[in-house]
Ligand binder design. Structure first.
Ligand SMILES: [Zn+2]
Length: 72
């Protein structure tokens, strides 16, 4: 059991880092709501673009905004 926790603690930063790199490499993901039908102009989730920013990218933008607001 302790080994599993150690493994998890060791892997988590690596997984987080990989996900961050993945988000930076392609911040836009396919819209899940209208993906089966392709682009859907009435889709409110993506405003009809068929693409949505990834959660990691949204977090990055949010963190950057917080940092900028705190800087001034
Ligand atoms: Zn959509």
């Amino acid at each position: 059991m302790a080994d599993a926790i150690t493994l998890l603690v060791f892997c988590l930063p690596i997984v987080t880092l990989c996900y961050s790199m993945f988000c930076l490499a392609s911040p836009w993901g396919t819209c899940v709501r209208c993906r089966p039908a392709g682009k859907n102009r009435t889709c409110r989730a993506c405003n009809g673009t068929g693409k949505r920013p990834r959660l990691g990218w949204q977090l990055y933008v949010y963190a950057r905004r917080l940092y900028r607001d705190g800087d001034h």
